[in-house]
Design a protein around this ligand. Structure first.
Ligand SMILES: *Cc1c(COP(=O)(O)O)cnc(C)c1O
Length: 432
């Protein structure tokens, strides 16, 4: 592997100009390279497992636009379907049959979902599901987990993951205390802590929301019995269990983490993959709960562009592609090879590390681990991660610019891509 030092002159110019136009030069904080140093590269186009920057450099991509690109970027069938849909108009603001099609696909796939509402982002889905939890139970408090991210709505910006963790921000200014005082937190994988919160707040907790497999504090799978325990505790206390599967839906398995682990929550949020690269979110669950949503019921939630034909088309085509036999077996085996390979290289080059993967999601922490929660994840050597990230970038491998983000693969990634990535990792880690 040649040690290429990439030229990124155009990226730098564009990003410098962007700094004066948009806060931090970006429209979402995780895109900035704040925690890894250096400057973000500016993309020109994407295809399959690859991205090209404005200077013409090619990279193997493990961010996949933060999750949606599970079929690989700009899949020809998705693009063709979008072209066709485009001719019929981009938004109707009225019912269209494509909404039925995607709704049926989601209901068939996700065990907990009997009825679904489409929105335009994961944030919106989580905001709405929280309102619904409260409306249905008549209770105000919720339990979330440290390092889990549920979008940027006020009540979730308490010990949140993703960019909040990456930037080491305290809970955000501008969020009223009166809003977050109803948000209780516990460490992930800590059933006893959840039990204690239920005891201290009897008949006040509307529900528990979590990423069933954490991706926003780095990659952290649930311990055996954790999801089962939450299912039992919520039932015992008349509270709802909500899986935020915005990241894990159609990624951990076709039916999400709930299918993989065999635990059925009351409500589920989706996003990312179901939009196939266009802005889509969704929330759904038991029919009796979903019937509270307006206009069927009194809980208000609406959206001008919700369920638009373009977004529905990208979602439908993406899910169709995922239904092909062998897809998830391939994702599992290929991603495992990557995660195991990275760990082995770290060990051979003397770096304490731990690594894991499920299906098309993986993580590598620069700490010996094991990592069960956000506190454990924070023991990672962040300076080392930053050097690793930079080195990989210079070798043409694009990783999320944060230790506190999961990695994503797609079925466009080939064995050869994985081999090239591991070769690069060997080179980089031996010089860290
Ligand atoms: C990305 C994400 C969100 C927020 O979705 P947006 O579309 O970025 O608003 C919410 N929850 C989880 C688990 C996510 O990964």
């Amino acid at each position: 592997m040649v040690n290429t030092t990439i030229k990124t002159t155009k990226s730098q110019e564009i990003f410098a100009a962007a700094q004066n136009l948009m806060p931090g030069g970006v429209n979402s904080p995780v895109r900035a390279f704040k925690s890894v140093g250096g400057q973000p590269i500016v993309f020109d186009h994407v295809k399959g497992a690859y991205i090209w920057d404005v200077d013409g450099n090619q990279y193997i991509d493990y961010v996949g636009t933060w999750g949606p690109a599970i079929c690989g970027h700009a899949h020809p069938e998705v693009i063709a379907a979008l072209h066709e849909a485009l001719e019929k108009g981009t938004s109707f603001g009225a019912p269209c049959v494509l909404e039925n099609v995607l709704a049926e696909m989601v209901i068939d796939a996700v065990p907990s979902i009997e009825m679904v509402r489409f929105v335009n982002s994961g944030t919106e889905a989580c905001m709405a599901v929280l309102r619904l939890m409260r409306a249905f139970t008549g209770r105000e408090k919720i339990i979330k987990f440290e390092g889990c991210y549920h979008g940027h709505a006020d009540m979730f910006l308490v010990k949140a993951g993703s960019g909040v963790a990456t930037l080491g921000l305290p809970d955000s200014p501008g969020v009223p205390k009166s809003v977050t005082s109803s948000t209780l937190t516990a460490p992930f994988n800590d059933l006893e802590a959840v039990k204690a919160l239920f005891e201290e707040n009897r008949d006040q907790i509307a529900g528990v929301i979590l990423e069933p497999v954490v991706g926003n504090a780095g990659f952290i799978p649930p311990d055996t019995g954790f999801l089962e325990g939450l299912r039992e505790l919520t039932q015992e206390h008349g509270a709802l269990l909500v899986f935020d599967e915005v990241m894990t839906g159609f990624r951990i398995a076709y039916g999400g983490a709930q299918e993989k682990f065999g635990i059925t929550p009351d409500l589920t949020t989706l996003g990312k993959v179901i939009g196939g690269g266009l802005p889509v979110g969704a929330y759904g669950g038991r029919q009796d709960i979903m019937s509270m949503v307006a206009p069927a019921g009194p809980m208000y939630q609406a959206g001008t562009l919700s369920g638009n034909p373009l977004a529905m088309t990208a979602g439908i085509k993406t899910l169709e592609l995922l239904q092909k036999a062998g897809t998830y077996e391939y994702l599992e085996q290929m991603t495992k090879k990557l995660a195991n390979g990275l760990l082995q290289i770290a060990q051979e080059t003397g770096h304490p590390a731990c690594s894991d993967s499920i299906s098309a999601m993986f993580g590598l922490f620069f700490t010996a681990g094991p990592v069960h929660n956000y506190e454990d994840a924070k023991k990672s050597d962040l300076a080392k991660f930053a050097r690793f990230h930079r080195g990989m970038l210079e070798h043409g491998i694009y990783l999320a610019p944060s230790q506190f983000e999961a990695g994503f693969t797609s079925f466009a990634h080939t064995e050869e891509d994985i081999d090239r990535t591991l070769e690069a990792a060997k080179d980089v880690m031996s010089q860290l």
